[in-house]
Design a protein. Sequence first.
Length: 147
Amino acid sequence: MVRAPVSIRELTRDDFPAVIEIDQVIRGFSRPDFWRRRFMIAEFNPPWASLVAELDNRVVGFVLGWSSCWEFGLAGEVGWLDIIGVHPTYRREGIGRALVTEFMNLARNLRQVERVLTLVDPEQFGTMDFFSSIGFARGELVHLKAP
């Protein structure tokens, strides 16, 4: 069976159940309060790019991102990929790549942002492999934590 191409669109309030479901499948537990807060932030203080991927009339992935100016000692405006998730059934079909590509296109076209960053736990090999496969490389920032 040939599937229709993935479509990327803005996240809406109606996507809440699908995002919770995808996150629960990925993590193995549900975080409805976390997602309620994230959707409120997106609705009332919107990041400039909260997107979902649809395939076969079903939400199969999402990305939430934002931008900042001159934070962490970085000059100019920087795009941040905050959270990305693709339902495991639909992985390896280019959905994550399509979400990140659209995020980066919006960064360039809407905000004139050329630099997009994300933070990844190096223990999450699948996540590291994904970002490496789409051209991301270790950056110059070092994350520090308090004792």
